[in-house]
Design a protein around this ligand. Structure first.
Ligand code: ATP
Ligand code: MG
Length: 345
């Protein structure tokens, strides 16, 4: 346990509909913006601390941080017990983000995530009871167990950065990132996310098991098992927002943009694929590449950024022609297309 008091799974706060403060729970001190170099030091500190807690998963840690810097959400597909919640909680603790977790089940209603208006007979007004979506980092566990109606309510709000309830609009917080999980096996009783919903995730990732040595290490020295263990913030949440705007300004050479479009076109031409990467997918690949550049301390994108992110960004946006095809096959095709596409020099 990371001893976060904001980790109150699924509970909701009451907020008046007349002045909804998307961050009603905390008094935060004024924070002086940092220099770009200090911002980069901050995210590097988050990255280093995470590697101490989540063993042998430097690549997954980088991908999740890239999604956060690119203002995107993550679909984590993996079996239980591989550290998904620990990773999300640790990120929240290190950046001082408000964290909420929702366990998706078929009877979960949109209002259980978004919130609802409740009539107050004393005043004759409606008060908005904010749902867990009004946080900085939401983990939606087993998203494919929620009904399609609840999935789409969550994912539409996630993509639009706002919730509309009874005709009123409520802005979500900034930063706001969703990490949704689903178990790749055991489809009974699930509602697989349709293509249109999958497209809303910036990245799809798997944690995978740690290697042998890292698993031995985690058995012998796992700091989060200590009840007194608490990860202290090493970065201010406002600095994450600054880094996100920094990412948008990362230079993109025309050759790089053409490379992304060439890759997207290759997926559209491939006869094994029924649906190729959309222009939204190309934009997301570029944004994620800008975020990777920032994470690695660069202010320009290089082809390696595109190559290393293509599978995670495009793999879930393409659809196989064969109905029996698996998501691994789609990812494999994207990998091949990356290898075949000429790299700009
Ligand atoms: N790579 C890893 N590094 C460090 N700890 C790990 C790792 N993988 C699993 N663990 C440990 O395993 C335990 C379970 O992890 P956690 O609850 O985060 O898994 P999960 O993937 O969220 O599982 P579930 O799908 O059941 O929610 C925790 O004690 C966590 O610290
Ligand atoms: Mg979990």
């Amino acid at each position: 346990m990371l001893n976060r008091n904001s980790d109150h799974d699924g509970s909701a706060a009451t907020v008046s509909s007349t002045d909804v403060d998307p961050d009603p729970t905390r008094d935060r001190e004024e924070h002086t913006p940092l220099t770009p170099a200090d911002l980069l030091d901050g995210i590097e500190a988050v990255r280093n601390e995470l590697q101490q807690v989540i063993r042998g998963k430097a690549d997954v840690i980088d991908s999740v941080l890239i999604a956060m810097l690119a203002e995107g959400s993550v679909l984590l597909e993996d079996v239980p017990g591989v550290g998904k919640t620990t990773l999300a909680k640790s990120i929240a603790a290190l950046i001082d983000l408000e964290f909420q977790r929702v366990q998706c089940t078929p009877d979960l209603l949109p209002a259980d995530i978004l919130g609802s208006s409740i009539f107050q007979p004393a005043t004759g007004t409606f008060d908005f009871r904010a749902g867990p979506i009004f946080c900085d980092l939401l983990i939606a566990d087993e998203i494919n167990r929620a009904s399609p109606r609840t999935q789409s309510a969550l994912l539409e709000s996630m993509a639009e950065g706002q919730v509309t309830i009874d005709g009123r609009r409520y802005d979500l917080k900034q930063p706001f990132v969703v990490i949704a999980t689903q178990n790749p096996s055991g489809f009974e009783g699930t509602f697989p996310l349709p293509e249109s919903q999958l497209d809303r995730f910036l990245l799809r990732l798997s944690m995978n098991y740690p290697d042998h040595d890292n698993e031995v290490e985690l058995l012998l020295h796992q700091p989060t098992d200590d009840p007194d263990f608490k990860l202290e913030p090493v970065m201010h949440r406002d600095d994450l927002v600054h880094l996100q705007s920094f990412v948008r300004q990362v230079q993109v050479d025309r050759k790089i943009a053409k490379y992304v479009v060439e890759l997207a076109c290759a997926t559209r031409r491939d006869s094994r694929l029924r649906v190729g990467c959309s222009p939204r997918g190309s934009k997301m690949l570029l944004r994620a590449s800008q975020a990777r550049a920032v994470l690695l301390g660069r202010d320009f994108v290089v082809p390696d950024d595109i190559q290393s992110l293509a599978e995670q960004v495009i793999g879930h946006r393409v659809a196989l022609r064969s109905v029996s095809g698996t998501s691994e096959e789609a990812t494999q095709i994207v990998r091949e297309l990356v290898q075949q596409t000429e790299v700009p020099v």
